[in-house]
Design a protein around this ligand. Structure first.
Ligand SMILES: NC(=O)c1ccc[n+]([C@@H]2O[C@H](COP(=O)([O-])OP(=O)(O)OC[C@H]3O[C@@H](n4cnc5c(N)ncnc54)[C@H](O)[C@@H]3O)[C@@H](O)[C@H]2O)c1
Length: 318
């Protein structure tokens, strides 16, 4: 268990991105006694306009690269950081197929730099935000548990798996106080419009067709981003060191079902679907068994898919 009273400053990496900005928008307000430092290099996926708490006295933004270890060292020397919540990553699977190197640099080397500096400065907790994609693909049945073998398929998921192993190794070898979460697909406000749901909403809003891979049968377990950030805080603040938790919404939908829901919402028919060549190594199905976090930490998702998707569509069409 973490003594939250000892946590005065949290370094949040990648807070300019989708999940990080949702996290900061809630917790900078909810926890005024904690100072949040948002470290982000600002890639295409970041948007500082999505941060609604930038004027708060307990929030500070610093532009910087987790791949630059000397920069991280000077940051930790000057900022009295007590804990790290690590969101920063290259996160787009398709881009990882086009350019794997940047994924290895950011997700593996960048995470290693943060672990090394966290160890050097005796950080009290390092929470690593990871993905169910590290488990690879399921068939029609079954669920990923925390004990499922790590079996990634894409350069993205392989780089995240590498970072997960490093986090666990830094706990085992150096007794760094770590926690790790693996979440299913998120949707909600402030996601970059290159990702499926915001991209499809934006195309349908401008009367254009949506590109659906092959037959759209690939299944993902969708979780509203606000449920994810609550699970992260729950693990960060309550879990034992070295623990790993799966986070999921029990909300399996195929890409084709998601497309149908969006088409219906925009009053469009199937003529608005453009079937495109499938992604190489496309995992068929991800499904999360989130019973451990529910049982041990009492977390439950609040949003049904119907409520979450309504809020999401409202956000992107506002
Ligand atoms: N989006 C999902 O559905 C999902 C699901 C499960 C887990 N995750 C994980 O959650 C985390 C956040 O995902 P997201 O969807 O918000 O990603 P995102 O791509 O929207 O945001 C990533 C952020 O990291 C920053 N960043 C990238 N390289 C950096 C570097 N070298 N130094 C500093 N900052 C850098 C980017 O500028 C961006 O703001 C990732 O680790 C991802 O693997 C995402």
């Amino acid at each position: 268990m973490l003594d939250l009273l000892q946590i005065k400053t949290i370094l949040v990496t990648g807070g300019g991105g989708f999940i990080g900005s949702n996290f900061l928008n809630k917790y900078v307000v909810d926890l005024p006694e904690i100072r949040f430092i948002n470290l982000d290099i600002l890639t295409y996926a970041a948007n500082l306009n999505n941060i609604k708490v930038s004027e708060a006295s307990n929030y500070k933004f610093i532009q910087g690269d987790i791949c630059d270890i000397d920069f991280l060292d000077s940051l930790f020397t000057t900022m009295a950081i007590d804990a790290v919540i690590h969101f920063a990553a290259e996160s787009h699977v398709d881009l990882s197929i086009k350019n794997p190197k940047i994924f290895i640099e950011t997700n593996v080397i960048g995470t290693h730099n943060l672990l090394e500096i966290s160890r050097k400065y005796s950080i009290k907790r390092f929470h690593h935000v990871s993905t169910d994609e590290v488990y690879g693909s399921l068939g029609n049945t079954g669920y990923f548990t925390e004990e499922s073998p790590i079996n990634p398929s894409s350069p993205y998921s392989a780089s995240k798996a590498g970072s997960d192993h490093l986090v666990n190794a830094y706990h085992q070898t150096f007794a760094l106080n770590t926690t790790l979460s693996r979440c299913s697909n998120n949707y909600g406000p402030y996601q970059d419009t290159t990702k499926l749901i915001p991209k499809f909403i934006s195309l349908l809003t401008s009367e254009r067709k949506v590109p659906l891979y092959k037959d759209g049968k690939n299944v993902r377990d969708w979780l509203f981003v606000k449920d994810h950030i609550e699970a992260i805080w729950c693990i960060f603040s309550k879990a034992k060191s070295s623990s790993i938790y799966n986070i999921g919404g029990n909300n399996e939908k195929s890409n084709s079902e998601i497309t149908q829901i969006l088409l219906e919402n925009f009053g469009k028919d199937e003529s608005y679907i453009d079937y495109v060549a499938d992604r190489p190594g496309h995992d068929f199905r991800y499904a999360i068994d989130a019973s451990k976090i529910k049982k041990e930490l009492g977390w439950e998702p609040i949003y049904t898919f119907e409520k979450g998707i309504k809020e999401t569509i409202k956000f992107y069409t506002r």
